[in-house]
Ligand binder design. Structure first.
Ligand SMILES: Nc1nc2c(c(=O)[nH]1)N[C@H]1C(S)=C(S)[C@@H](COP(=O)(O)OP(=O)(O)OC[C@H]3O[C@@H](n4cnc5c(=O)[nH]c(N)nc54)[C@H](O)[C@@H]3O)O[C@H]1N2
Ligand SMILES: Nc1nc2c(c(=O)[nH]1)N[C@H]1C(S)=C(S)[C@@H](COP(=O)(O)OP(=O)(O)OC[C@H]3O[C@@H](n4cnc5c(=O)[nH]c(N)nc54)[C@H](O)[C@@H]3O)O[C@H]1N2
Ligand SMILES: [Mo]
Length: 751
């Protein structure tokens, strides 16, 4: 269907587009219509014609005009005018900015080698799509990095999927491939949808459109929630398994025990398409529901009932989320979850978990271009060689190893950083942010950052600030899953220009033209996208996508039967063996157990009982809120009004025992650090569990050191240890630490 993408008059017009954060859209792409009048964005509405969100938008997109025209937004390039951390900056031209970066880069390369440059990427956002190429094809460094300990977001999910069944992150079937969506005769609404450590309404649309859950619910789908907290969907669930944080692998093994021992297995699928069933069947005997109940705190009868309901359903899907990635045992939990899907035959079938279209790996250039311009010698210098499983599945350096290298200069010095869409040092991604802060300040000789707003990380250590366009200000494409397993992609159409902000891609291309011109040929962003789309086989160009708005590449069910998953065209899955590996053939290479197993979180009542006496509460963190995207949006008034302060959710009995009332400030502490948050006394958490907000800083406070926008005051990652990662190198205990609490005050925070 051909759609108009721009209409109105020269000074008063509408543009159909889709979002890629900022703000708040992560890599999925809700459709919306922007209204521009006299050069200003004045209105945002959901696009009713968008096939998935059908006009629904959340408050972050609705507040886009406030964000785009915010008085604190940085819309011109700047250079530091004092010492780092002084918060003194002056405006410069793009020419001066680019000249300086070119000159300093060449000096650094001459002195320390290009491997001494680190490209820091953040979560999602279009910058992430280009950061691998920015590292390897602009700066010629093998060290792109996402600085979250254990790469604890999405990387683990993709890696386990790649290891075990050779695919991207499989989504619940929400009929994305059909034009008539849920009404298509080949589609089947999942009878059960399991939401496992995933809260898709608030985190929507991160790799999964939360809207579709409501659509499927209305059509009869039932929910099972595996979550230590009672979130909104949990209250609508047939079963809510309120487990102890960090015990997900035990829970999944418990379900497998029930399904195997009660013979609820889809033998046809298992016999034809999997290997390792006998080994798995033996392993799960170690996890009878009664033992799992002890580990997870969920009654054995509930575990059994949920496992049976899932396995007996005509079709069922599981969407697992960040809570699985953000624990050191997450690789095993995800492996066991994939085993659950495989044992019940719920992979790539109507109403199960489906794999994206195989033939058009849209957006795959991100991976193809990673390492593209690096010599063999440089490739081998990638930091994190001790984690081959991570290096094999993510074209980045290992985050924890980067910090160690920065601190020790071993095996070589890191001296320049390009920070692209991350507030990693503080307060978002990194564990032990004060260590990062110190190391970055002491070791980095030249730091460039791209962002929309000033933030504590940039103020503390950057020398040049490059202003970035929001999605309202650029032409681009937004891909779920960064182009892997993409079911729908949408056009981002430029609606207006603000100041001198440039898109992440344009900044990358401009630097590429100076530092490695043979690779960077395109003159515009639209040309770049058309060229990259031509690498797939969809046959569409960027201009065509504009007209279509959103595009769902042709897809079909049961691709494994038809030879459509493997490059050799043979039936089966894209693993080493061609089968879904219930027992992994790869893990022994990483010195890892080939079968899923449960191991206690590094700090827990069981693994560290003496510490637990001192720190007797289990802490999870960062459950998403509609009003912010990590550390973003704290300065957006209408959003801050909804969630003015960081919160710690405490059960009423626990709060009473500590003499804490709703709205009191609370000091949360453990052996690694402390943070101050406001009490939200609520029965949605277990009495022994607290949930703490992440990503807090105070843009309204003094930005100069030592205050740095109050970044240390409520930084929950002060309490997260460094390098407590899983054996393969993935997963860190962001969602399963221990802590204690005491009543405090809001001095220095509240105004
Ligand atoms: N305790 C705890 N910590 C966590 C989590 C948790 O659950 N608990 N979650 C973790 C997870 S999953 C993640 S992914 C990380 C996220 O960590 P980060 O990616 O570091 O997230 P942000 O703090 O939002 O930093 C992103 C920065 O990019 C800027 N930005 C926004 N859009 C763009 C853009 O289009 N281009 C550019 N160049 N910049 C842009 C924003 O203004 C912001 O300053 O945090 C992790 N930290
Ligand atoms: N509004 C908004 N949306 C976002 C983001 C944002 O910052 N704001 N960030 C984006 C990013 S980068 C990501 S990775 C996603 C994350 O989004 P999701 O994958 O949905 O993850 P979370 O919201 O962190 O947590 C989901 C649920 O896990 C539960 N949980 C906590 N600990 C455990 C545990 O140990 N086990 C289990 N089973 N459950 C647990 C929490 O109570 C919560 O209900 O959201 C994305 N979308
Ligand atoms: Mo994330």
């Amino acid at each position: 269907m051909k759609k108009e993408w721009k209409w109105g008059t020269e000074n008063d017009y509408y543009v159909r587009t889709a979002g890629w954060s900022p703000p708040g859209d992560h890599p999925v792409g809700c459709g919306m219509i922007l209204h521009v009048k006299d050069g200003k964005l004045v209105g945002v509405e959901g696009d009713e014609e968008h096939p998935i969100n059908n006009g629904r938008l959340c408050i972050r997109c609705l507040s886009l005009p406030e964000y785009v025209h915010h008085p604190q937004r940085i819309i011109y390039p700047m250079k530091r005018a004092g010492e780092r951390g002084e918060n003194k900056w002056i405006r410069i031209t793009w020419d001066e900015a680019l000249d300086t970066i070119e000159k300093r880069t060449k000096e650094i390369i001459a002195k320390y080698g290009s491997e001494s440059i680190v490209v820091f990427q953040g979560t999602g956002r279009e910058a992430t799509q280009h950061s691998y190429a920015l590292a390897s094809a602009v700066f010629k460094t093998p060290n792109a990095v996402y600085a979250q300990s254990g790469w604890s977001c999405y990387g683990p999910r993709l890696a386990v999927d790649a290891f075990v069944f050779g695919g991207g992150y499989p989504e619940i079937d929400y009929a994305a491939m059909f034009e008539d969506r849920y009404d298509n005769p080949n589609y089947r609404v999942p009878e059960y949808i399991v939401l496992w450590g995933k809260s898709p309404l608030a985190s929507n649309p991160d790799g999964f459109y939360g809207h579709s859950l409501i659509d499927m619910y209305k059509r009869g789908a039932k929910f099972i929630t595996v979550d230590p907290r009672v979130n909104w969907l949990a209250t609508r669930s047939e079963y809510h398994l309120q487990l102890r944080p960090g015990t997900d692998a035990a829970m999944a093994l418990g379900w497998l025990n029930v399904i195997i021992n009660e013979d609820l297995v889809d033998h046809d699928f298992v016999d034809n398409w999997t290997i390792g069933f006998d080994e798995l069947a033996k392993r799960v005997q170690e996890y009878p529901p009664e033992r799992v109940a002890e580990i997870t705190w969920v009654p054995a009868e509930t575990i059994k009932a949920a496992a049976r309901a899932f396995a007996k359903a005509r079709s069922a899907g599981i969407q697992w989320g960040l809570a699985i990635d953000a624990q050191p045992n997450g690789v095993q939990a995800a492996h066991a979850i994939i085993c659950l899907l495989a044992l019940t035959g719920n992979i790539d079938v109507p109403g199960g978990n489906i794999l994206g279209p195989s033939h058009s790996l849209l957006g795959n250039w991100r991976f193809n271009e990673a390492g593209a311009e690096l010599s063999e010698e440089l490739r081998n210098k990638r930091i994190g060689q001790e984690y081959p499983g991570v290096l094999m599945t993510c074209p980045t350096a290992h985050p924890d190893s980067i910090l160690d290298t920065l601190e020790t200069d071993k095996p070589y010095p890191l001296r320049m950083a390009f920070i692209s869409s991350s507030n990693f040092m503080a307060p978002t991604c990194s564990a032990q942010p004060k260590r990062w802060y110190k190391a970055m300040k002491e070791k980095m000789e030249f730091v460039v950052a791209t962002d929309i707003f000033m933030n504590p990380t940039i103020n503390a250590c950057a020398d040049i600030f490059l202003p970035v366009a929001t999605f309202a200000e650029k032409d681009a494409i937004v891909f779920p899953h960064f182009g892997r397993n993409t079911q729908v992609m949408s056009a981002i159409n430029k609606a207006l220009t603000v100041g001198e902000a440039k898109s992440d891609l344009e900044i990358t291309r401009l630097l590429g033209l100076r530092l490695n011109p043979s690779f960077w040929k395109e003159q515009t962003d639209a040309e770049f996208f058309t060229d990259r789309l031509a690498d797939g086989d969809s046959g569409i160009t960027f201009e065509m996508l504009r007209e279509m708005g959103a595009y769902a590449p042709p897809n079909e069910y049961r691709k494994y039967e038809k030879g459509k998953l493997r490059p050799d065209g043979e039936p089966g899955f894209r693993t080493v063996t061609g089968f879904i590996e219930l027992c992994s053939s790869l893990y022994p290479n990483f010195d890892e157990d080939p079968l899923p197993y449960f191991v206690e979180p590094p700090y827990s009542p069981v693994s560290t009982p003496e510490l637990f006496e001192k720190y007797p509460l289990i802490m999870t963190s960062g459950a998403r809120r509609f009003s912010s995207f990590h550390s973003e949006h704290r300065q957006i008034k209408s959003l801050r009004a909804i969630d003015p302060w960081p919160e710690i959710e405490i059960h009423p009995d626990t709060a009473a025992a500590y003499g804490i009332k709703n709205g009191d400030w609370v000091e949360v502490e453990n052996m690694f650090g402390s943070a101050r948050l406001k009490a939200k006394v609520t029965p949605i958490v277990h009495p022994k569990v607290v949930m703490c907000s992440h990503g807090w800083w105070y843009p309204e406070q003094d930005g100069a050191e030592p205050n740095l926008y109050g970044v240390w005051k409520s930084n929950i990652n002060n309490l997260i240890p460094h390098k407590h990662v899983g054996k393969i190198g993935y997963g860190a205990p962001y969602k399963c630490m221990i802590c204690r609490i005491r009543k405090a005050d809001g001095v220095g925070i509240e105004y």
